[in-house]
Design a protein around this ligand. Structure first.
Ligand code: ADP
Ligand code: MG
Length: 567
């Protein structure tokens, strides 16, 4: 073929291919979901591009996906008449992994099957999953609207390199032919394919068709040779899932749809599907994933919802509709409030976007509140995304109280590193006369738990929150109170236990302070400028001394963060 070249895969792709083939064997049917998902995306993209330019359809505006197989040859073909790819796009999309952080992510993989399968799942395997079942893959594609001579053929055995060549191609869109491995021939089977299509693509709006061969029969019921007629039969439900009424969508369908939208292959923890009419019209389907994507903390990690305007796909990862601290939420937003030719730039200026963002934020927080009723599921959520949610009070002042109610902490009540106690739990256990919520921030759980500052609290049976995440001091600097109870750092300022301490105790403390005045003076002289002040304290019961920060001083954790940032 003309202009043929063989290129090497990017190192990351090679690594991914190797690991995927070895660790996803027991999940190998997912290749079909990935290919259908890509084909559906390609149809969505063409429909969007054609809004401005009808000619892109090239006279064929009935978007569809076709799946064929050849049992004898051992092949499965997935074809779409979507947007297609140019030669450059083929090389880019099917030769590299563009997401940032990929290299670091792949380093964590160890070759340990189960662990790697979990990790790769969180990465999203995509097109390359073809090589779990195929020992050779051929892609033929042409970008919609381009000249027939601008088709491309891509071929690879998944072993480090691929070949691209020019191709004369009548139809636009993409066709992917998998040459199945010997041990994966079972997929070249009509029944198997149909059931997989139903399982994975009922929720996709584009029809997925498979050929049905019918043979005419003579009067005696015998098949007439040579009379085979092939008709295309739509196998999936082919309605966008979020458009359907809630009551008609099963949990399995919601889960399958999640996997398409989120490029994840484990189940979501929960979801919330809402159709809103009236002043602000939109349909949203939001999901809480069961695990974190590898780029959760990457600055440019993918986040946001899939945006549709009146059922027409507009863009992936529309990040303007949810705050940063809810970046783990995945899903779909479909609205009539925006125009079909809205762009990322226009989204930033549209006041409607702010309104929808406010509404979706409430939906997401409500969904978490509901999830919290299921302790086990919520703990999974918290362990996975808790430290992201902790960014909330700083970012979203208006929803501070709601977010606070969703937070979970370690406390002296359980003395466990597991963050599983809510502020409401804490408040319900407050001592009579206790007006404040006490907490301590330290570098790790053990440091928090064994801090001498806790001695008096333990003695009196007053609960203290044990904060030990990197972000905790930042969090506490944005939370002033919960249900009217002020937060107090036990390591800062004067210790005032308020009503919990009787008058007599207070008197005794004052007397001790007087009696020890000369000792205090000597210690102060010895320490000199290293300290601001030396005081007698009743914080301690066993330890002889501790360091205390002035009330409004930046804490140790924050100081270290600021220092690290060069401030
Ligand atoms: P993802 O779908 O998460 O982007 P994939 O590995 O599944 O990752 O696909 C990589 C890219 O290849 C897609 O983003 C898309 O640009 C391109 N691609 C894959 N399949 C098709 C297709 N059928 N039609 C057009 N482009 C495709
Ligand atoms: Mg994909």
């Amino acid at each position: 073929t003309a202009h043929e070249e063989t290129l090497g895969f990017q190192t990351e792709v090679k690594q991914l291919l190797h690991l995927m083939i070895h660790s996803l064997y027991s999940n190998r049917e997912i290749f079909l979901r990935e290919l259908i998902s890509n084909a559906a995306d390609a149809c969505d993209k063409l429909r969007y591009a054609a809004l401005d330019n009808d000619a892109l359809y090239e006279g064929d505006s009935e978007l569809r996906i076709e799946i064929e197989h050849d049992e004898k040859a051992g092949t499965v073909t997935v074809r779409d008449n979507g947007i297609g790819m140019s030669r450059d796009e083929v090389i880019q999309n099917l030769g590299t992994i563009a997401r940032s952080g990929t290299a670091e992510f792949l380093k964590q993989l160890s070759g340990e099957q189960q662990k790697d399968a979990r990790l790769i799942g969180q990465f999203g395997v995509g097109f390359y999953s073809s090589f779990i079942v195929a020992d050779e893959v051929t892609v033929r594609t042409r970008k919609a609207g381009s000249d027939k001579s601008e088709g491309v053929e891509w071929r690879s055995k998944g072993e480090g390199e691929f070949t691209v060549a020019d191709l004369e191609r009548e139809a636009h869109g993409t066709e992917i032919v998998l040459h199945l491995k010997k041990e994966a021939k079972e997929f070249a089977d009509d029944f198997r394919l149909r059931s997989l299509v139903r399982k994975y693509s009922d929720h996709i709006e584009v029809p997925v068709r498979m050929p049905k061969v019918e043979t005419a029969k003579d009067d005696e019921g015998n098949e007439i040779e040579g009379s085979e007629v092939t008709t295309w039969e739509t196998v999936n439900e082919a309605t966008a899932l979020w458009v359907r009424p809630k009551s008609e969508v099963s949990d399995d369908e919601y889960k399958a749809f999640y996997k398409h939208v989120a490029h994840d292959f484990s189940d979501p923890l929960t979801w919330s599907h809402n159709k809103v009419e009236g002043k602000l019209e939109y349909t949203s389907l939001l999901y809480v994933p069961g695990r974190a994507p590898f780029d959760l903390y990457e600055r440019d990690g993918s986040r946001g919802v899939k945006l549709y305007v009146q059922r027409v796909f507009i863009m992936d990862d529309a990040e303007q509709f949810l705050p940063l601290y809810l970046r783990f939420i995945k899903g779909v937003l479909d609205t009539r409030e925006l125009s079909l030719n809205v762009s990322r730039e226009l989204l930033q200026q549209d006041p409607k976007v702010e309104k929808i963002k406010g509404a979706l934020t409430k939906r997401a927080l409500d969904m978490l509140k509901k999830l919290a009723k299921d302790q086990e599921a919520y703990q999974t959520f918290w362990n996975t995304f808790g430290s992201v949610l902790k960014e909330g009070p700083a970012e979203d002042f208006a929803n501070r109280e709601k977010i606070a109610a969703l937070l979970r902490f370690s406390t002296t009540h359980t003395d466990s590193a597991t963050q599983d106690q809510s502020l409401a739990d804490y408040v319900s256990r407050m001592k009579e006369g206790q007006e404040k919520i006490y907490y301590i921030v330290a570098d790790g759980f053990n440091a928090a738990k064994s801090s001498p500052h806790l001695e008096i609290f333990r003695k009196k049976g007053i609960e203290v929150l044990l904060l030990h995440d990197r972000i905790d001091e930042w969090l506490m600097s944005h939370l002033n109170e919960f249900e009217g109870k002020r937060f107090v750092d036990v390591a800062k300022g004067e210790l005032d236990l308020g009503e919990i301490e009787g008058e007599e105790e207070k008197k005794a403390q004052e007397e001790t302070a007087k009696a020890k005045e000369s000792l205090v003076k000597r210690v102060k002289e010895a320490l000199g400028d290293a300290v601001q002040e030396v005081k007698v304290t009743h914080r301690l019961t066993d330890s002889p001394a501790c360091v205390v920060l002035p009330e409004h001083e930046m804490g140790f954790q924050m100081r270290r963060i600021m220092e690290a940032a060069g401030q």
